[in-house]
Design a protein around this ligand. Structure first.
Ligand SMILES: [Mg+2]
Length: 360
């Protein structure tokens, strides 16, 4: 198996603002694993918040290239081994993990959802995210998003109630809010109780990630379901969410890929937690990988590729919000006819990065 990697810069259609940051470009990495004439594709969307960046992913992949072995079908062994040799680096591991699923699906001639025994009809509707802006501007964006029956509103400003009121005045869409840790437990309780009047479906990460007692307090003193995102990163986090929140937001980039996400979903179910699948700013490679397991979850927020203006790939479709899985083998992702990848792949092996030019 030969692992190659290349930088994949994704431009945001509009600057994407949440309570703690604003983003105009996502510096992602495309990983490809070639084996016996087939190529599996994966993507890392590293997040500084979780301690990764483009460069660290490239270094991790160059190290991983030595630890893949020679049998792509052993995804569980490979993923466990990568986790052991390099703890953390979840986005880098996710890229390898999804490339292996892509490769094995292609080898067997079946889509990944079929490989996993999942019903493609059961995909959920994805929400479409409205980034932070003035209440009037957010309402304008919500009004424009007519093709999406569910909107996720980024909050965490002094104007939160005004924002949600302005959006509710312009749309009948189902609304979810995500505070990305912005509130204190006291502020959260007050705001969430006031938000109830606007028909909100649930509230994501109202308080600081490590404040589990705060999350529990918020849940006890409000009626809307509370979901953990930043508080629930890996499989090991899931059991301690029981009784603290109503549901969790699983992301391939937080947990290390499809194989880890499947374990998180099963563990969440065992603890009577609802499950949402979320994403970072990602191309159709990583979004399609997450969508492949979406028949297992209650909610989806897989709009990362829809927020970009230069996604070179096509994979999962969205029809009136519902995720439509491609029926092609593997992830079912292909490069758009009009797209060109910006850089040459780098061959990653022997713990050093060798550029394509050096190889020739
Ligand atoms: Mg979130």
């Amino acid at each position: 198996m030969e692992l190659t990697a290349q930088a994949l810069d994704l431009n945001l259609s509009v600057p994407f603002r949440i309570s703690r940051s604003v983003q105009t470009v996502a510096h992602n990495v495309l990983a490809q694993i070639e084996d016996d004439g087939l190529t599996g594709m994966g993507e890392a969307a590293p997040s500084g918040y979780y301690g990764e960046k483009c460069e660290s992913v490239l270094v991790a992949l160059s190290y991983f290239a030595e630890h893949l072995g020679d049998d792509a079908t052993l995804i569980e062994d490979i993923s466990a081994n990568l986790k052991r040799v390099m703890h953390g680096n979840a986005a880098a591991r996710a890229a390898v993990d999804m490339a292996l699923y892509d490769l094995v699906g292609q080898r067997l001639g079946v889509p990944v959802y079929q490989l996993l025994g999942l019903n493609p009809e059961r995909t959920p509707v994805t929400s479409f995210t409205i980034g932070m802006d003035t209440p009037a501007e957010m309402a304008r964006k919500a009004q424009k998003a007519t093709q999406f029956p569910v909107l996720k509103i980024k909050v965490g400003t002094p104007d939160d109630l005004e924002i949600v009121r302005a959006i509710r005045d312009t749309t009948d869409a189902r609304l979810r809010v995500d505070a990305n840790e912005a509130w204190t437990p006291k502020q959260a309780i007050k705001t969430i109780n006031a938000l109830e009047a606007f028909g909100i479906e649930f509230v994501e990460q109202p308080v600081a990630a490590n404040d589990l007692e705060g999350l529990r307090l918020v849940r006890e003193h409000t009626n809307l379901p509370i979901f953990a995102d930043e508080s629930c990163v890996t499989l090991e986090d899931v059991p301690r969410m029981a009784g603290v929140v109503d549901g969790i937001n699983i992301k391939l980039m937080k947990c290390g890929g499809i194989s880890q996400a499947l374990k998180m979903i099963a563990t969440a179910r065992a603890h009577h937690l609802q499950v949402m699948l979320g994403c970072m700013i990602e191309s159709s490679v990583a979004i399609t990988a997450a969508a492949q397991i979406s028949p297992l979850v209650d909610f989806a927020d897989l709009d990362g590729a829809l927020l970009t203006s230069n996604d070179p790939f096509e994979g999962v479709g969205v029809e009136r919000g519902k995720l439509v899985l491609p029926d092609r083998a593997g992830l079912g992702v292909r490069i758009r006819a009009t797209a060109k990848l910006p850089t040459k792949p780098i061959r990653a092996r022997n713990a050093r990065i060798v550029s394509a030019e050096d190889e020739e």
